[in-house]
Unconditional design. Structure first.
Length: 126
C-alpha cells in the first residue's frame, strides 16, 4: 500500500513539474506569436524595427541586423529559426531592416551597399 502511495506521489510531482515548464513555454510563446498591426500580420514581434535609416548609415546601432520582409517566403521560414534563437537567448538584440518598408527611401541602396546585402534573408552582426 505504501509503495502505491509513493508511486502516485512521485507521478504527481513529475506531472506538476512538467506542467509548470509547459506553462512557461506557452506564456513566452504567447507574447511572441503573430501580432496584428493595422490588419497586417507581423511575423517577427521579437525584433526591433529600424525607424530611422540614418541609424544604419551613421553606425548608430549595435547588435544583429536582420534584412528581410514579410512578403518573402524564405524570410518567413528564417523568422521561425530566428525566433527560436531569440527564445533561447533572451538578451539577443535583433533589429529588422524591412526591405519592403525602406524600398522607396533615397538611402535604400546606400544601406544595402554599405553592408554588402545582395539577397534576403540576411543576418549580420555589427
Amino acid at each position: 500500500m505504501k509503495k502505491k502511495v509513493y508511486i502516485i506521489l512521485i507521478l504527481t510531482i513529475i506531472l506538476m513539474i512538467t506542467s509548470i515548464e509547459s506553462l512557461k513555454i506557452i506564456s513566452k510563446n504567447y507574447y511572441l506569436k503573430k501580432e496584428s498591426l493595422n490588419d497586417k500580420e507581423v511575423y517577427d514581434s521579437f525584433t526591433n524595427k529600424i525607424t530611422d535609416i540614418n541609424q544604419l548609415i551613421n553606425n548608430e546601432l549595435s547588435g544583429y541586423i536582420y534584412f528581410g520582409r514579410d512578403t518573402c517566403p524564405n524570410c518567413l521560414k528564417f523568422n521561425e529559426f530566428l525566433k527560436e534563437e531569440y527564445i533561447q537567448k533572451e538578451d539577443l538584440l535583433i533589429y529588422k531592416f524591412d526591405t519592403d518598408y525602406w524600398r522607396n527611401d533615397e538611402n535604400f541602396t546606400t544601406v544595402l551597399d554599405k553592408y554588402k546585402i545582395s539577397s534576403i534573408p540576411t543576418l549580420i552582426l555589427i
